[in-house]
Write a protein that binds this ligand. Structure first.
Ligand SMILES: Nc1ncnc2c1ncn2[C@@H]1O[C@H](COP(=O)(O)OP(=O)(O)O)[C@@H](O)[C@H]1O
Ligand SMILES: [Mg+2]
Length: 355
């Protein structure tokens, strides 16, 4: 539905987007995720046509739209500040785009009604935007965009003006709406939780470069780079040296001296590597469970987080590792500061990442 081929965008000497190439399937929920200033909005503006790339081509539905103005592309955008017309009613706000397109009045009524029901706004048709809550305004902005039935809907941090509780609720609503409509969504956020809960795939952007594109579980469990691993969820990044390799397994010495087995992966050009160990993949035991990858350590710190405990472990050579344990009420999983314990991690749960 949307394809970027080697797209770059420069502002003066600053390269806001560097050589981006990827495609987005029809009906997909794709998210651009990255810290503030990494180039997410720039990428969206190139797709919507509010900006043109310095180099590269953009295709929508098979057609080269690189230099087409926004109104010649079948896309619609929901803005961060909603950009509603304050003097128009909710009904008029939603109908506006259809009026501009000179749609027949009976069709306008029918389409607006349908979208009002879908976004649970039917009770508010005669109000002005100022008479609505933040969440309701956000739904009007969405309704106004989807009533035009675009092939692609672009959403630039649409939930950032809402409070935390509403933001969580709107995530589910947005996702359900997208499924119901079957429209391709391109969603921009700096919030990794939003990205993980809603997206089919995520493009992680760092300093103008798309570092990885994948399903949410791919980017979480198989991060390609140090940046991706640390930006999505918490992780332990540890430098290591490959000591030997045989039959699909690498023996590695971590900084501090601890030796672990790592399932062999494609990317390890040199003997020096970076490992990512997710804290929830580290298991703790009172007695040595034996087998590969069990090692003794001490619980240096314990932070209660309700459903889970966050522990800091100190292993051989003063190596610090974060671990997360479920507070499931099992006596065998109740560990405290100062406890001398054994930790273990499966070789396939350690991932080699690029710098
Ligand atoms: N019109 C512009 N002129 C100059 N620099 C810009 C312009 N738009 C964006 N930038 C710069 O490009 C970079 C990426 O911006 P942006 O895409 O808005 O980031 P994000 O949406 O990820 O926060 C930033 O460093 C920003 O300052
Ligand atoms: Mg932005």
């Amino acid at each position: 539905m949307v394809e970027l081929r080697q797209v770059s965008k420069r502002f003066g000497s600053h390269e806001a987007l560097k050589d981006a190439s990827f495609s987005i399937k029809a009906g997909e929920f794709m998210t651009f995720l990255g810290p503030s200033g990494c180039g997410k909005t720039t990428c969206l503006r190139l797709i919507s046509g509010f900006d043109t790339p310095t180099s590269g081509r953009i295709f929508i539905d098979g057609k080269d739209v690189t230099f087409d103005p926004p109104y010649r592309r079948n896309v619609n955008q929901v803005f961060q500040n909603y950009a509603l017309f304050p003097h128009l009613t909710i009904y008029e706000n939603i109908a506006f785009g259809l009026l501009m397109k000179r749609i027949a009045p009976p069709d306008i009524t029918r389409r607006v009604q349908r979208v009002l029901e879908m976004t649970a706004l039917s009770d508010f048709v005669n109000r002005k935007p100022a008479q609505l809550s933040g969440g309701q305004r956000q739904r009007v902005a969405l309704a106004r965009a989807i009533v035009c039935e675009p092939k692609v809907l672009l959403l630039d941090e649409p939930l950032s003006a809402l409070d935390a509780k509403l933001r969580t609720q709107m995530r589910t609503e947005l996702k359900q709406l997208q499924k119901k409509l079957g429209i391709t969504f391109i969603y921009v956020t700096h919030d990794q939780e939003e990205a993980l809960t809603m997206s089919d795939r995520v493009a992680v952007i760092n300093a103008g470069r798309v570092e990885q594109i994948g399903t949410v579980s791919e980017i979480y469990y198989k991060p390609a780079t140090r940046f991706v691993a640390s930006f999505i969820g918490d992780t332990n990044i540890v430098e290591a040296q490959i000591l030997s390799s045989d039959s699909g397994m690498l023996r590695c010495r971590l900084e501090g001296g601890l030796e672990l087995h790592v399932r062999r992966q494609e990317s390890h050009a040199s003997a020096k590597i970076l490992l990512s160990l997710r804290p929830e993949k580290i298991r703790l035991h009172r007695i040595d469970p034996g087998g590969v990858n069990s090692f003794s350590c001490q619980v240096a710190m314990e932070v209660f987080r309700g459903a889970v405990d966050e522990l800091t472990l100190t292993a051989q050579g003063n190596l610090q590792l974060g671990a997360i344990l479920a507070n499931d009420g099992n006596a065998g999983t109740d560990f405290h500061e100062g406890d001398q314990v054994f930790a273990s991690i499966q070789p396939e749960d350690i991932h080699i990442v690029e710098e």
